[in-house]
Design a protein around this ligand. Structure first.
Ligand code: ADP
Ligand code: MG
Length: 529
């Protein structure tokens, strides 16, 4: 495998890349960087989302840019404004010390600041087609010195109907420029653009690592906020050999989700940035030995997790940016095995999901919460398999006599069912699951918030103590606190959202284990079900 050094890059670029934390080049980078470094031919490149295509074109462009003089040398066309911002950021982060100006230009924003940024000198422009055309027509952007044109995420641009825009922009560029087309997929419409608008081009397609990526089944599931935890449990239960990571946004949330999972009988643990090294290692050991099968983690803490063969990565909430999505899901489906990445989304997180979907493209599909009947059926199949294995294994030994005695005068099916019930408890009981209602388009808002308090009877917590405690420390009036429930190790209460925020702010973020967090359904509920 090639290193970045093998790709013939300058020392200063190698330093920049190392500073960004890139270890080895990805397959597409290995294939395309040397080509772009020593040829001026057009190129069509295909590689899955998340394989570093931006750096694959940005590094050679920057290496060949020469001294920046504020005239636009490279133009990168992208389908969306979010991508314009993201790609411009990635290019900037790859600019070695020199004063190269990278300007992002996109719609939905006032024209004037972009015009002035362009006027003050731009070496590389990243933009959406519509706004680029505007600037060209108003002559606030000049492309006569352009040497490199990149059509990034070409399949998406096509889907969005930008073919004509692309052609119109090309008409403003000099004939000698090089055109590079990058796409996650290569439908024939994309190839048609290449044939019609590009010179003789080289095709460089995905390397083997991208096959591994395709082994990740990416699903998002829309749920109501109060069903999020129940949905998580069902997804875990649906997979008999579940072994996975559950990502949460905050440390507080990892702790409360892990607690709720433990309460429901899962071998769960959490790991976050404030856990000290020695404990961290013990936690990791338990995960590797599968004593722990559900690890709840923050992005930061997950960085050091090097566990193989995880069946699932679950995003308990969608990550804020597509990069962390890519990094999170990359933890499953390793070593040629199939993995599943599930992202849970509540209505008000749809925008974060849209942002991710725009970068992952068609790889992500919509899924549902597993139905209780399916989970039960999967468990039944699993039990059957275990029993059949036992039957085919060693003979029953001392149990044979007992079996004969039990069968005397009783229906065999009744005897067997009793044994199974004894062995498996209520594993096949659908009542262990709470109902999940279909998503009502805009429910939310006025709802009260159920809070979880990490103090219970064992700590001397009573109904009255809790009320006094809340009033004294937060000033929240007793009459606003509803549905208090005191359990052995913790307690619950319900308050309006503003008060919930206040209480959490006061107790949620102090050092160590947070005292108060948002309670999830399936725990501390008074409602029927
Ligand atoms: P694509 O366009 O192929 O979907 P991006 O260019 O957006 O992928 O890259 C996805 C992420 O991978 C970015 O966060 C980028 O910084 C990172 N990345 C790119 N190349 C490497 C590398 N060689 N090693 C580690 N991370 C990389
Ligand atoms: Mg990209």
């Amino acid at each position: 495998m090639d290193t970045f050094r093998d790709l013939g890059l300058s020392e200063v670029m190698l330093k920049t890349i190392a500073g960004k934390g890139f270890g080895e080049p990805t397959a597409i980078q290995q294939a395309i960087i040397p080509f772009l470094m020593d040829s001026r031919r057009d190129v069509v490149a295909q590689a899955e989302t998340g394989t570093g295509k931006t750096a694959a074109f940005a590094i050679p462009i920057l290496e060949r840019l020469g001294n920046p003089d504020g005239r636009v040398k490279a133009l990168v066309l992208v389908p969306t404004r979010e991508l314009a911002i993201q790609v411009a950021g990635e290019i900037r982060s790859l600019c070695p010390g020199r004063r190269i100006q990278v300007v992002a230009v996109y719609g939905g924003q006032p024209f004037a600041p972009q015009r002035s940024a362009l006027k003050h000198g731009a070496d590389i422009v990243v933009g959406t087609t519509g706004r680029i055309l505007d600037h060209l027509e108003k002559r606030t952007l000049c492309l006569k010195d352009l040497t490199d044109l990149v059509l990034d995420e070409a399949d998406e641009m096509l889907d969005m109907g930008f073919v004509d825009d692309i052609a119109a922009i090309m008409a403003h560029t000099p004939g000698g420029r090089r055109t590079m087309l990058f796409s996650a997929t290569m439908p024939k419409e994309v190839l048609a653009i290449a044939r019609r608008h590009m010179g003789a081009y080289e095709t460089i397609a995905t390397g083997p690592e991208n096959h591994a990526r395709r082994l990740i089944d990416q699903v998002y599931v829309e749920v109501r906020e109060q069903d999020r935890f129940e949905a998580l449990c069902r997804i875990i239960d649906r997979e008999p050999g579940f072994y996975g990571l559950v990502f949460c946004r905050t440390r507080t949330e990892t702790v409360s989700v892990a607690d709720m999972l433990l309460e429901r009988g899962y071998a769960a643990e959490c790991i976050h940035g404030e856990i000290e090294q020695a404990e961290r290692e013990r936690i990791m050991k338990r995960l590797r030995s599968r004593q722990t099968t559900v690890m709840v983690a923050t992005d930061v803490a997950a960085r050091g997790i090097d566990v193989r063969d995880l069946t699932h990565v679950i995003n308990y909430d969608p990550p804020q940016d597509p990069d962390s999505y890519v990094h999170r899901i990359g933890r499953t489906g390793r070593a040629g095995r199939t993995g599943t990445a599930v992202t849970l989304v509540i209505p008000r997180e749809r925008r974060a999901l849209d942002l991710i979907r725009r970068t992952t493209g068609k790889a992500m599909r919509r899924g549902g919460v597993p139905a209780v009947a399916d989970i039960i059926a999967a468990r039944r199949a699993r039990i059957e398999e275990v029993i059949r294995q036992v039957m085919h294994g060693e003979d029953a030994g001392p149990y044979a006599l007992l079996a004969a005695s039990l069968l005397e005068g009783t229906e065999p099916a009744v005897v067997l069912a009793s044994c199974l019930r004894h062995a498996y408890g209520d594993e096949l009981d659908p009542k262990a699951y709470r109902e999940i209602r279909a998503l009502a388009p805009q429910a939310e808002s006025k709802q009260h918030t159920r809070l979880f308090v990490a103090r219970g009877r064992r700590h001397g917590m009573t109904h009255r103590n809790l009320l006094r405690f809340i009033r004294e420390h937060t000033g929240v009036k007793e009459r606003l606190v509803k549905d208090i429930e005191i359990r052995d190790d913790f307690a619950f209460l319900t308050v309006p959202p503003a008060e919930a925020a206040l209480i959490q702010k006061r107790f949620g973020r102090s050092g160590g284990r947070p005292l108060v967090g948002i309670a999830r359904p399936g725990q501390g509920r008074k409602m029927a079900g």
